[in-house]
Design a protein around this ligand. Structure first.
Ligand SMILES: Nc1ncnc2c1ncn2[C@@H]1O[C@H](COP(=O)(O)OP(=O)(O)OP(=O)(O)O)[C@@H](O)[C@H]1O
Length: 329
């Protein structure tokens, strides 16, 4: 299900053609003995991303996502195949490429832990040799849109996770990158911080045409930001298309959590089934493609509803269902 390579580097901003990454791993098997083993982290991976596209890149743990991103930044060299970003071979011209890409790793920070946020930005200004006017303009824009004004003088270690993440996103954008790799940018954030980060990314993509490759375990990130999603597992591309298609392939389910006025027998309603009951709280599974609003209306008409929330299926659940479907077909 891979897309064909597009020859024009302007159109195909990111190009992978049968890219491989094999790690040599030594495993201790005795006191002085060890065994050599090869791990094929990325296996004949081909895809292209046109300039300006925002693509979800998802897969279970150990699927090869980080390895792909590390090859796209030039940190790792592919064992085989051809890889280009903006026409540049990342591992050969890492420094030249660094001026054109931005990277945000949700679980790690590129900021200096003990320094106030603004000092990290000043250091990056010099490190990347960003022209003064451009630095000012980008900083002002990020400070405004990511609401960083009051945080600039705070040492990074004192920032909350959501504040630090916004700080990291700004850091990745100070040099105007044409492409942004985001690895779990909303992990651990509360609902409001997630919404703020997503809205910023949407605007960035729309206004500046920044190409974005987004790795996440949160399907809502993908749903709200990406029209296209690529699923990778065991280093191979398993799916490349719209998120709706993935739902259909995976026949995934969402969960409606309802709080009733009191403890009641399991709710009986068309197109959903109760999967768990705990006192007045009940969990109902329903098809991801069905309307949550209609289901809620049906329940509210017959049951004393106090509160509710909808939970999206996690990526692992969607993917494992996708495999089950494939195995049956
Ligand atoms: N430096 C390395 N040396 C040996 N094996 C590695 C190395 N880096 C990754 N691997 C292996 O390659 C495979 C892919 O790992 P990778 O980190 O790319 O997965 P991932 O999809 O990013 O996973 P996660 O969602 O858990 O971050 C795994 O089996 C991993 O153990």
């Amino acid at each position: 299900m891979t897309t064909d390579l597009v020859a024009d580097p302007v159109d195909a901003f990111i190009e992978l053609d049968r890219v491989e990454k094999v790690f040599d791993v030594r495993k201790k098997t005795g006191f002085l003995r060890s065994e050599r083993r090869q791990v094929r982290a990325v296996d004949s991976l081909s895809f292209t991303v046109p300039r300006g596209e925002m693509v979800g890149y998802i897969g279970p743990n150990g699927a090869g996502k980080s390895t792909t991103i590390k090859m796209l930044t030039g940190i790792l060299t592919p064992s085989g195949g051809r890889l280009r970003v903006a026409g540049i071979d990342p591992s050969r011209e890492r420094t030249r490429l660094a001026r054109r890409i931005g990277v945000v790793f949700g679980q790690r920070t590129t900021l200096w832990w003990d320094l106030p946020l603004i000092d990290s930005y000043r250091l990056m200004h010099r490190m990347y040799r960003i022209p003064d006017a451009r630095y000012r303009e980008n900083l002002d824009r990020c400070v405004e849109l990511l609401e960083l004004g009051e945080l600039l003088d705070v040492p990074v270690r004192q920032l909350s996770l959501g504040q630090r993440m916004r700080g990291d996103i700004a850091a990745a954008l100070l040099h105007d990158p044409e492409v942004l790799y985001l690895d779990e940018p909303t992990i651990g954030l509360d609902v409001i911080s997630k919404a703020r980060v997503r809205s910023f990314l949407r605007d960035l993509n729309a206004e500046r045409g920044t190409t974005v490759l987004l790795t996440t375990h949160d399907l809502t990130d993908i749903e709200q930001l990406c029209r296209r999603v690529m699923v990778i597992d065991h280093g191979r591309l398993m799916y490349d298309g719209p998120l709706t298609g993935l739902h259909e392939v995976g026949e995934s389910e969402r969960t409606l959590v309802v709080d009733l006025e009191r403890e009641l027998p399991p709710v009986e309603v068309e197109s959903a089934r109760v999967v768990k009951v705990e006192g007045p709280r009940q969990w109902l599974a329903f098809p991801a493609s069905a309307s949550a609003a209609e289901l809620v209306a049906r329940i509210a008409a017959e049951y004393p509803l106090v509160d509710l929330s909808v939970r999206e299926p996690d990526i692992e659940a969607v993917i494992s269902r996708m495999y089950e479907e494939k195995a049956l077909s």
